[in-house]
Ligand binder design. Structure first.
Ligand code: NAI
Ligand code: MG
Length: 350
């Protein structure tokens, strides 16, 4: 029996996770679910954003479908108790070192992109971002210089094992696509990046069928805006990947369309829309459920080995959008429920 942990969280999280669940019930009716409290919802009920029962559930489950965490009511709490700590705690505890963020422009959404329609049309790329290393996890601190100036530091650091394992995910991902992998670094300036480049080149020997190239991160940022159609699969570190993936998402239209996966060495993964809890529209039935529905498709593909069911969902979302269905973020007026109904209806006729 395959069990999915449903961690809906805060704000629009429960609305979009419920929508994805309805779609999953059609394409994979045998899946079972256990719900867990996470984020502000968990803090309210149990005094902690990631209670032990939720962590235990995440470890027991075959995969995790996550909504979003974040609640303005808790913004004044100390950092460790804030709802956002839940997602960081899950990534760390499950050792989810690989973040997959596909960005593609669905047919019909050309005008929603931050780019000119003729450029936007060509976006279909995936960013493979390292998720548990780099400056976010290196030694950090605040202090004073010898002359009494306030000082802060965050150490950028990777070891070869950390680079090799994310490089492999990059090559494997490229193999499922156009077999073109771009590694992004700043090897002209950073020692970390020189190690990164050496190790990626070493791993490349195991993937002679994949065309590897390298690019400096500043150039990559420029090229993403100039001609995103040139990219297929991009592998990069935590900091560069954070920035480039947000940039790519804006090129692809609404934040409400973009799914993500966080993977470890086992088949288990955590799947979530890239957006947050959107407190400004929570409870109004306005949220676009597509990002979470597409995250469920990634879950079927990467954790549950059901690529056919994943393809069905992705085709149904594409056809629904192509047919003109639009929530408010896409310039329309469909509710979360109506958009979900649209995807369900398309699934039934496909
Ligand atoms: P956000 O992504 O929640 O919202 C940004 C804007 O996009 C808002 O105007 C919102 O209405 C809109 N939006 C987001 N998702 C949408 C959807 N599915 N359909 C239609 N419109 C959508 O980012 P924001 O406002 O910076 O953060 C809100 C809260 O979410 C904060 O507490 C933040 O910390 C948290 N957050 C949590 C994340 C997670 O759980 N992984 C990721 C990002 C933010
Ligand atoms: Mg970010």
């Amino acid at each position: 029996m395959t069990m999915i942990a449903l961690l809906a969280g805060d704000g629009i999280g429960p609305e979009v996770v419920a929508a994805a669940r309805r779609v999953l019930d059609v394409v994979a009716p045998d899946l079972t679910y256990e719900e867990g409290l996470v984020g502000g919802a968990a803090y309210r009920a149990q005094g902690h954003p990631l209670p032990p029962e939720t962590l235990d559930l995440a470890h027991r489950a075959d995969a995790i479908l996550f909504g979003a965490v974040g609640d303005p009511a808790f913004d004044a709490l100390e950092r460790a108790m804030r709802p956002e700590q839940a997602i960081l705690g899950l990534r760390k505890s499950l050792k989810l070192f690989a973040n997959l963020r596909p960005a593609r422009l669905f047919q019909g959404l050309e005008d929603a992109s931050a780019l000119k329609p003729e450029i936007a049309r060509r976006i279909d790329l995936v960013i493979v971002r390292e998720l548990v290393g780099d400056v976010y996890f290196g030694d950090k601190g605040r202090g004073f210089t010898s002359t009494g100036l306030r000082e802060g530091h965050d150490l950028m650091r990777y070891d070869e094992v950390e680079v090799a394992r994310i490089a492999r995910v990059g090559f494997e991902t490229a193999r499922t696509r156009q077999r073109r992998l771009l590694s992004v670094d700043k090897a002209n300036v950073l020692e970390t990046s020189q190690l990164w480049r050496d190790v990626v080149n070493e791993v490349a020997r195991d993937y002679p069928d994949v065309a590897l190239s390298h690019m400096y991160v500043d150039n990559a940022a420029m090229q993403l805006v100039r001609d995103p159609g040139q990219f297929d699969t991009i592998v990069t570190g935590n900091l560069f990947g954070d920035i480039l993936s947000d940039q790519a998402s804006m090129c692809a239209g609404s934040i409400g369309m973009l799914p993500s996966a966080a993977l470890n060495h086992e088949s288990k993964g955590l799947y979530e829309p890239i957006h947050g809890s959107a407190p400004d529209i929570a409870g109004q039935g306005k949220a676009n459920p597509c990002a979470t529905i597409l995250s469920a498709a990634m879950m079927l593909r990467h954790s549950l080995d059901r690529p056919d069911a994943a393809d069905r969902i992705e085709a149904a979302v594409a056809a629904t959008i192509a047919g003109g269905a639009r929530t408010a973020d896409l310039g329309g007026n469909l509710s979360t429920d109506a958009m979900t109904q649209g995807v369900l209806a398309t699934l039934e006729t496909a």
